[in-house]
Design a binder for this molecule. Structure first.
Ligand code: PMP
Length: 332
């Protein structure tokens, strides 16, 4: 007797199920993954879900805004592939994200960054065809910003996309990140936790989810040593990607319910634990966001609720940082 072929359940299919016309098509639709052992250890009452933005093609949340800012500038007629030069002051993931989109679209990209930028980032930028101009470490990002302005003034075909004030940044999170969270939780999201760098992720997600979900809580995370959103002063800290030391133009502070500050050590240790206990190689700012998410999930009034934490990047982009200086083993 001939057996009827059993249909394979959808979950057993690997791959994203599409052919993309180029790598930019693979941006977004990042997975939500439950945090288990760490949530139990923290006595979490809520379900804690991590949105893994390091599963974007160039491994960070910034892939979304790089494509969105370039496409918005193209639509406005401000830039033309093969002619315009993109300049961006950034020492972080935005440079790498812009670099791969610029490579696909044939833009010349000049990244201006403090000389303290990590060697792995510099190498990856060059590898993707970007040019790098280094500014004195002592001047920090302010030095990079003024150098980028000076460079743009000299090059008539240059445009600075400027993630801190570009509305395409929060808008793409409203259109994609927020919608993915809503769809993947079937609307069951109760709390969103996000570190604030430009504030684009938090603003975009909150803008869409708040009107849809009564009682939604939006939690911003910033470094303890640079607690500007909490009314403190700016300072140097080890949580690269968040805590720029000023209030960015794209951040809508009216959408924030609560700000949690996290120390360097808590962020590092949480990221180390995530690798060892959950198999999640998350970056330092992600460690800060997850630490905040664990605190929130442990609140008794959140029993049965769902907390979503944005995980912006991976530990592999931070190989030369103190994240890898500890050899401590957990539960040994
Ligand atoms: N963490 C890392 C590692 C980042 O690169 C960024 C973006 N600067 C963030 C967090 C914060 O994201 P946003 O700029 O959307 O606030």
């Amino acid at each position: 007797m001939q057996r009827r072929a059993r249909k394979r359940p959808a979950q057993t299919r690997w791959g994203r199920g599409h052919i993309y016309k180029d790598i930019t098509g693979a941006i977004g639709n990042t997975p939500l993954v439950q945090i288990n052992a760490m949530a139990e250890a923290a006595n979490a009452h809520a379900t804690l879900l991590a949105k893994l933005e390091f599963m974007n093609p160039l491994a960070s949340v910034k892939d979304r805004i790089a494509l969105a800012m370039i496409e918005a500038a193209e639509a406005e007629g401000r830039i033309v592939p093969g002619e315009s030069v993109l300049i961006e002051p950034t020492s972080g993931n935005t440079g790498i994200a812009l670099a791969f989109v610029a490579a696909v679209k044939r833009y010349r990209l000049i990244v201006v960054a403090p000389e303290s930028m990590s060697v792995e980032r510099r190498k990856m930028l060059s590898h993707l065809g970007a040019e790098i101009q280094l500014t004195p470490a002592a001047l920090g990002m302010t030095g990079a910003l003024s150098q980028a302005d000076a460079l743009a003034a000299r090059l008539p075909e240059a445009v600075i996309l400027q993630q801190f004030s570009n509305p395409a940044n929060p808008t793409i999170h409203a259109m994609t990140t927020a919608e993915e969270i809503w769809a993947d939780t079937d609307g069951a999201v109760d709390v969103v936790v996000a570190g604030v760098g430009t504030g684009g992720t938090l603003t975009g997600c909150a803008r869409v989810l708040r009107p849809r979900k009564q009682g939604l809580q939006v939690i911003a995370v910033e470094p303890e040593a640079s607690s500007v959103l909490s009314g403190g002063s700016s300072g140097s800290h080890g949580l690269q990607g968040i805590g720029p030391g000023f209030i960015p133009a794209v951040l809508d502070q009216s959408l924030i319910d609560e700000v949690l500050t996290i120390s360097n050590e808590t962020a590092y240790e949480t990221a180390r634990q995530a690798a060892k206990l959950e198999g999640l190689p998350i970056g330092i700012s992600s460690g800060a966001a997850l630490a905040a998410g664990l605190k929130i999930a442990a609140r008794p009034r959140l029993r049965g609720k769902t907390v979503v934490v944005i995980i912006p990047s991976s530990a592999e982009r931070e190989l030369s940082t103190p994240l890898f200086e500890s050899t401590s083993r957990i539960n040994d």
